[in-house]
Ligand binder design. Structure first.
Ligand code: SF4
Ligand code: SF4
Length: 355
């Protein structure tokens, strides 16, 4: 990895935007969303302190797309290269999860793969910790060490750029006039900033120090009343699964016109009543609490068992978006408490047997 230095973002972002479509964070109320970068300079350049409120999956797996047409097959079209600036460590880890589903193993989604191969990732270090962020529970740390083409770290006197791929190196070589050597003092400042962010994440989430792995807690508390209790506040808006960067369920919707039939691929949500319904009317998840439980089981048990990764990156988006005030951190805390009590009951039973 090579590290270089720039004093301003604009010439750097202009150079990216001259080469390909570039999406950048813009401030929207208290949050950030993405907007297309405008070379004329009408959009204020923001260095987003924390992740944007929309998930990166929107760039790779759109909410709705044409998947198949009959009688003529649908062509998997050419995707033009595009860049996204301001992705955080949690975003990059969510892409790893989507890759497992859509680009690795036995099923390959050519629509996803085309976008993925043409995406130029410019990640940035977190400079704040959001109230709902708890990425440290799942190995996050507020900055990325891999998964990017270029990474940008903000310092008091400019920005450190780090290369993470051949694509990133090629860009730097092509625009070498933009970059200078990094002063050693700024590398030390970056290191200090990263340590501070990591320790703030730990301080903010001190209550999430559980006595067992999350998988074990969720798996052993399937009989918990927590899910039905939380379901009383859920209004089934499905916002939690829409904003989640790792939720990837979709359904195929058939439509037809005079000359052809088409299948649309649309985002689905396990919170939806008919999500698990099958022909004949049977539905194993008629009860909302069971649907919430399924979401936890998928994230922390089934996905981990199949792919070796938790299907949550601790970004906290579902907490911010929930109309019912349901907080995944609180649910995990309650489950952890139940798990601890179960363990203590078990120990007491064992002690009785020994006597
Ligand atoms: S479940 Fe919530 S915290 Fe976890 S990745 Fe999805 S949106 Fe982020
Ligand atoms: S965002 Fe909250 S209220 Fe909406 S479906 Fe998800 S858990 Fe229920």
């Amino acid at each position: 990895m090579e590290t270089l230095f720039i004093t301003e973002l604009k010439p750097f972002l202009d150079a990216v935007a001259e080469q390909m479509a570039l999406y950048v964070p813009i401030k929207s109320g208290e949050h950030y969303t993405y907007s297309k970068y405008d070379l004329s300079g009408t959009i204020a350049i923001e260095f987003n302190e924390v992740r944007v409120c929309t998930p990166v999956k929107e760039f790779l797996f759109p909410m709705c797309e044409l998947a198949a047409v009959f009688p003529k097959p649908v062509e998997v079209g050419q995707v033009e290269p595009f860049a996204v600036f301001g992705l955080k460590d949690c975003d990059l880890r969510s892409i790893d999860i989507l890759d497992k589903v859509f680009a690795e193993n036995e099923f390959e989604d050519q629509f996803y793969i085309n976008r993925r191969e043409n995406m130029f990732i410019i990640s940035t270090d977190c400079t704040q910790v959001g109230e709902s962020c708890f990425c440290n529970l799942f190995g996050g740390q507020g900055f990325s060490e891999s998964g990017f083409d270029l990474n940008v770290s903000k310092t008091n006197n400019g920005f450190i750029i780090e290369t993470g791929s051949q694509k990133g190196k090629n860009f730097i070589e092509k625009h070498s006039e933009l970059f200078a050597d990094v002063p050693d003092a700024l590398l030390a400042e970056r290191s200090e900033n990263r340590t501070q962010i990591r320790s703030r994440l730990e301080q903010n989430n001190v209550e999430l120090q559980f006595n067992a792995p999350v998988r074990e807690i969720v798996q052993s508390c399937q009989d918990s009343a927590v899910y039905d209790a939380e379901a009383k506040n859920c209004v089934e808006c499905q916002a939690c699964t829409r904003v989640c960067p790792t939720c990837h369920c979709f359904y195929l919707y058939d439509t037809r016109s005079k000359d052809y039939f088409a299948k649309m691929k649309m985002w689905d949500s396990c919170i939806r009543l008919s999500y698990a319904a099958v022909a004949g009317g049977a539905n194993p998840h008629k009860i909302l609490g069971d649907r919430l439980k399924h979401r936890f089981m998928h994230k922390f048990v089934y996905f981990l068992d199949r792919y070796g990764l938790d299907m949550c990156v601790g970004c906290g988006r579902c907490i911010d978006a929930c109309a019912g005030g349901i907080d995944i951190k609180d649910v995990l805390k309650k489950l952890s408490e139940e798990h601890r009590n179960k363990d203590q009951d078990w120990d007491k039973e064992q002690a009785k047997l020994v006597k």
